[in-house]
Ligand binder design. Structure first.
Ligand code: ATP
Length: 254
């Protein structure tokens, strides 16, 4: 699939017709000694997961459910930035493959025409100052033509938006190519400075009012873009600026 396209990202692929969650499979691969960049891919997930115990609808045969295993040598505190590296890489790749205006909703979603197209979930196994491995799961709605009633108003797929059926393997290969390049850029500086401007260009929240949930008091603010650490910079109504950390809050409003 990826022969000659990448050095390590997706070079080792483990395919599962059906599994509970590709993040669990990739974590297992990590424990069994699989190499950096190994990819778990499934046709269907019976227990696909989002953040904070939420679910990810994963019907069979039409979408991408994949998780990449990474063995970074940086500190665990840097790992959350990888969610943004993956979001940016996926958005870039999907934009290139479809010609659509693919946008990032900070920190872990990708949207098309204001609806959710991709969800990303990063999980890590680490000691205080040492990462055993990181797993980044990516769920992409590719060829499905409908969703459950619960998410029908907020979710979309490439097929719904473009009317076209896409080949999943082509998309996976493109995403791996972009991710490998952006990951290497990230390693050079240890932060997001190398992709920050381009990320902000794709950020759907940029220049918009967002509602910050999960802080002590939810509040309304103007989103300005991410900083080099991947925090969302916002301007509050009193004019002061704040950096919002992804682990603590959710934003609403796109
Ligand atoms: P937050 O609002 O805190 O950023 P989130 O809403 O982005 O969280 P995620 O963990 O990214 O949550 O994704 C899980 C949520 O996405 C579910 O609660 C559901 O509303 C929605 N969802 C589930 N499956 C799909 C899917 N296949 N496509 C689009 N949206 C989905």
């Amino acid at each position: 699939l990826l022969f000659g396209k990448t050095r390590w990202a997706g070079q080792e692929i483990h395919y599962f017709p059906e599994t509970d969650s590709t993040n669990i499979r990739a974590k297992e691969l990590g424990e069994k000694g699989a190499s950096h960049g190994a990819l778990a891919v499934a046709d269907r997930q019976s227990a696909g997961r989002g953040r904070r115990g939420r679910g990810w609808e994963s019907p069979p045969g039409c979408s991408i459910y994949m998780s990449i295993l990474l063995r970074p040598s940086f500190l665990p505190s840097s790992a959350p930035m990888l969610t943004l590296v993956m979001a940016y890489s996926t958005a870039e790749a999907l934009q290139e493959c479809t010609g659509q205006e693919i946008r990032i909703k900070w920190p872990n979603d990708i949207v098309l025409n204001q609806k959710k197209l991709v969800g990303i979930l990063t999980e890590m196994s680490s000691e205080i100052d040492y990462i055993n491995h990181v797993v980044i799961g990516v769920g992409i709605n590719v060829n499905m033509d409908s969703f459950s009633e619960e998410i029908a108003k907020t979710a979309t797929s490439l097929r719904i938006e473009t009317g076209q059926v896409m080949k999943r393997s082509t998309l996976i290969a493109e995403i791996m190519k972009h991710f490998e390049r952006n990951y290497d850029t990230f390693l050079q500086s240890g932060d997001l400075s190398g992709i920050r401007e381009d990320y902000n260009r794709l950020l759907v929240n940029c220049g918009k009012e967002v509602r910050i949930l999960g802080a002590k008091e939810p509040y309304q603010a103007l989103a300005l873009g991410i900083n080099d650490s991947g925090e969302l910079l916002v301007r509050k109504q009193d004019g002061s600026e704040e950096a919002v950390y992804a682990g603590e809050v959710s934003v609403r409003g796109i």
